[in-house]
Design a protein around this ligand. Structure first.
Ligand SMILES: [Zn+2]
Length: 182
């Protein structure tokens, strides 16, 4: 008996239109999930391909060409203004199963607790007038916030334009359930 662990669950018409079949609209290109604007991900966990916990939250994703980061060398303000003008946005509903939703919640909670610990360290460094302790506190705060932002993302766009949305961060089980195209 052959059993494909990556095969999508049989009953996966959940929410949205009953005719919704994500496998037709979403495809895989390497390590990215790709679809057209107006379409969306199927209601399955993007990490392990189990049925997604309902309701799946719709999230706004933004993307601009990485070249724009060169503007940071000129001015942060100019970068922010230009990025806000030229960035492309898309509404995406990346699903998570109960287990992966909990794991994500714990990462976000943990990074906030670490940031709070960093703030405590900062107060202590001021109390003791300790420069090295203040540096350590700043590193802990910044590090935990960046960790939370990066690890707390469910998926993130690597390209958005009028024809195509590309997302990274999906698990292999989810990607393997999608048809392969460019
Ligand atoms: Zn999962």
């Amino acid at each position: 008996m052959s059993h494909n662990p990556y095969a999508p669950p049989e009953a996966r018409v959940v929410g949205r239109a009953a005719s919704f079949d994500g496998a037709q609209q979403v495809w895989r290109a390497g390590d990215r999930a790709v679809f057209r604007p107006g379409d969306d991900l199927p209601p399955r966990c993007v990490k392990c391909n189990a049925d997604a916990e309902q309701p799946v939250k719709e999230r706004a994703m933004h993307w601009h060409t990485p070249w724009l980061y060169l503007l940071l060398l000129v001015s942060i303000l100019i970068y922010v203004i230009v990025a806000l003008i030229v960035r492309k946005s898309a509404k995406v509903s990346p699903g998570l199963c109960a287990e992966h939703r909990l794991a994500r919640r714990n990462i976000i909670l943990g990074s906030w607790l670490a940031a709070l610990a960093g703030m405590g360290l900062m107060a202590l460094s001021i109390d003791r007038s300790s420069g090295p302790l203040a540096l350590l506190a700043a590193a802990v705060m910044l590090g935990s916030l960046i960790f939370g932002m990066v690890k707390g993302r469910i998926v993130y766009p690597t390209h958005i334009d009028a024809q195509r949305i590309e997302l990274k961060g999906c698990g292999e089980a989810f990607l393997a359930s999608l048809p392969q195209r460019r």
